[in-house]
Each structure stands twice: as structure tokens, then as C-alpha cells.
Design a protein around this ligand. Structure first.
Ligand SMILES: Cc1cc2nc3c(=O)[nH]c(=O)nc-3n(C[C@H](O)[C@H](O)[C@H](O)COP(=O)(O)OP(=O)(O)OC[C@H]3O[C@@H](n4cnc5c(N)ncnc54)[C@H](O)[C@@H]3O)c2cc1C
Length: 301
């Protein structure tokens, strides 16, 4: 993702990133494609080393000449295809890989325009208690809300579609990962979890007041997304939105590599962050690679 910013530049989309998904969905439907939203894939049938059908949670069964999976690689290989159809070394590699961390986000709708408090031409302020960038510094911040650096993003400073005039849509993005919530036993009950989520959110709102005065008094909407929320929406293990960890021991710069989009099943391809690294522009490129692989591969029937 970082490399793509440097190579191609970085942009926000008017209407938020969902505007891109919606535009792609419209184009797909206009070209005759059928979208089945809210339909969970539960299995990919393998016959004679080829993917032949996709099974769905509602009991659906879709015949397929090719399958492109945008689900996580652990889900695709271990749950949808099944270990028995894959070489043991591929399964071992997938099971051993470290996942990239997830994120906690506090979404705010405020009845005040803070745009002028963001440095000229900018929409983001990062509050960082220390300049330390070593592994020890990061370890000290982990699961410690008061030591965490975090980003304050005012989408309304660059996109008027997110909030009514004079109001702002702001997000606080925090590196509290999945295991923090596990460690703190926040999965005890729904009401406990909600209360503790709110508690964490208010700690960061108060810290944000250092640069956005009286933020807490202007809040009309408050939503908190934990890594568990991201896991629920994306189905990605531990809410990892960047796929496998980007770490020299696991390989860097998988993006643009067609080999990373192939699987041991010749007509099953991968697309998205798990095949190519995370980031919106990166995964769009990954979809193009998967499509190109379909075009040059013999179908299963
Ligand atoms: C809070 C946050 C902020 C981010 N900010 C940025 C940013 O500023 N810039 C940037 O470039 N990137 C950003 N990202 C990362 C970027 O959003 C992701 O890397 C990217 O969306 C991954 O795309 P994808 O297509 O691989 O997967 P996803 O967008 O996760 O899509 C996968 C889809 O598959 C569905 N799915 C999964 N399993 C199944 C199944 N079994 N059956 C049916 N459907 C299934 C999921 O529900 C989901 O809709 C951010 C991510 C988060 C969470």
C-alpha cells in the first residue's frame, strides 16, 4: 500500500471508498453480471483437480468454469477448498503465516466545522506521543491506549458529501489490534463489550481535544469499530485488512505478481489483499491480474 502511494500517488474518493465499489458493481451489473450480496460462500467443490461449483450458506450451488476467491487465503484454502485437495506444504505454509494487524476506529459526526484547524490543504493530524520507531517503542504502545499514536481524519475537509454543511465526519484510527481486545476479556458479554468500547473511545476523544478543542461537546454521532467488527464484515481472520503480515520473512511486494494469484487448483484464482497485499488501489490491480489469468487459462469444462 505504501509503495503504491509512492509509485502512483494517493487520492480520496468523493463519497468515500464505497463509491468505487458501487461504481464497479453498477458496471458489472450493466455488463450482465449477477451480484448475490449477503450470500456467504461455504465451499468450493473440487473434482479431478478442478474447481467445479461454489456452495453457499443458503444451500445454493453455482456451477463454475473458473472461480476467483476474494475471501482470505486461510478461508479459501482451509475452509472453502479443504486441506485434502491441497499439497501438504501449501497448507503448512498458510497455517504458519503471521497475519497483518487490524485497527480500531472511532467514527464521529460533529456539529462543528473543524476544517480550519487542520494544517493548510490537509485533512489529517497524527498525534504521536513519542518519536520512537523501534520495535521496543511499538511493543510499549501495544494495548496501551494512553501511549498509542493515532490519526485524526476529517473527511469533511476534503469531501462535502459525508456530513451536512457546517458539520464534520471525523474518524480516529488507532492501532489497538485484535489480541488487545482478547487480552482484556472484552468478549465476555455484549453489554460489557459495548461499555468498554465506549470507554476506550472517550479516552481517544479526550486526547483529540488537544488539537480539536471541545470535541466531546460537539458529538452527534459516535460509532466504534473494533478489529472484531472488521472481522465480522470482511470475514478476515482477526480482522486483518491487509492480509498476511508485510514482513521480510514472509515476502514483500507481492503486488503485481501473477504467481501470487494462482493456486494449486488450475482454474481457481485469488484476488484481493491476501494475494497482493492490502490497500484499495493495490487490490483493484489484483482484480485485474485475476481477470487476466482467467482469460489465458483453459476452462474446466
Ligand atoms: C479502517 C480501515 C482503513 C483503511 N484505510 C485505507 C486507506 O486509507 N487506503 C487504502 O488504500 N486502504 C485502506 N484500508 C485497506 C483496504 O480497505 C483493504 O486492504 C481492502 O479493502 C482489501 O480489499 P479486498 O477486496 O482484498 O477485501 P475486502 O474489502 O475485505 O472484501 C472482501 C469481501 O469478501 C467478502 N467475503 C469474505 N469471505 C466471504 C465468503 N466466504 N463468502 C462471501 N463473501 C465473502 C467480505 O464480506 C468482503 O465484502 C483500510 C482498511 C480499514 C479496515
Amino acid at each position: 500500500m505504501w509503495a503504491s502511494y509512492h509509485l502512483s500517488g494517493y487520492y480520496y474518493f468523493e463519497g468515500g471508498s464505497a463509491a468505487i465499489s458501487n461504481a464497479l458493481a453498477d458496471r458489472f451489473a450493466n455488463a450482465g453480471g449477477i451480484l448475490k450480496l449477503g450470500t456467504k460462500a461455504t465451499g468450493i467443490d473440487i473434482e479431478a483437480d478442478k474447481a467445479t461449483r461454489v456452495r453457499t450458506a443458503a444451500g445454493g450451488c453455482l456451477e463454475a468454469r473458473y472461480v476467483v476467491s476474494n475471501a482470505s487465503i486461510p478461508t479459501t484454502y482451509l475452509d472453502l477448498v479443504g486441506k485434502e485437495h491441497l499439497p501438504a506444504e501449501v497448507v503448512a505454509k498458510v497455517e504458519a503465516k503471521k497475519l497483518a494487524p487490524s485497527t480500531t476506529i472511532v467514527y464521529l459526526g460533529v456539529d462543528f466545522d473543524y476544517s480550519d484547524l487542520f494544517p493548510s490543504g490537509s485533512h489529517e493530524i497524527i498525534l504521536q506521543p513519542s518519536y520512537g520507531r523501534t520495535k521496543e517503542d511499538f511493543d510499549a504502545m501495544a494495548c496501551t491506549p494512553e501511549k498509542q499514536s493515532f490519526a485524526i481524519t476529517n473527511y469533511s475537509a476534503i469531501d462535502s458529501t459525508g456530513a451536512p454543511a457546517g458539520k464534520n465526519a471525523i474518524a480516529l484510527t488507532i492501532n489497538l489490534t485484535y489480541d488487545c481486545f482478547d487480552d482484556w476479556g472484552w468478549t465476555r458479554s455484549y453489554s460489557d463489550f459495548n461499555e468498554q468500547k465506549a470507554d476506550i473511545a472517550w479516552q481517544f476523544i479526550e486526547r483529540a481535544e488537544e488539537v480539536l478543542p471541545e470535541l466531546s461537546t460537539h458529538i452527534e454521532v459516535l460509532e466504534v469499530a473494533t478489529p472484531q467488527t472488521i472481522e465480522q464484515y470482511t470475514q478476515n481472520p482477526k480482522g486483518s485488512w491487509a492480509g498476511f503480515d508485510v514482513d521480510p520473512s514472509q515476502g514483500l511486494m507481492a503486488f503485481s505478481d501473477p504467481e501470487a494469484h494462482k493456486t494449486p487448483i488450475s482454474n481457481l484464482f485469488l484476488a484481493g489483499a491476501w494475494a497482493s497485499d492490502g490497500g484499495q488501489s493495490v487490490v483493484l490491480g489484483s482484480g485485474l491480474i485475476a481477470a487476466a489469468l482467467v482469460l489465458v487459462t483453459e476452462p474446466s469444462n
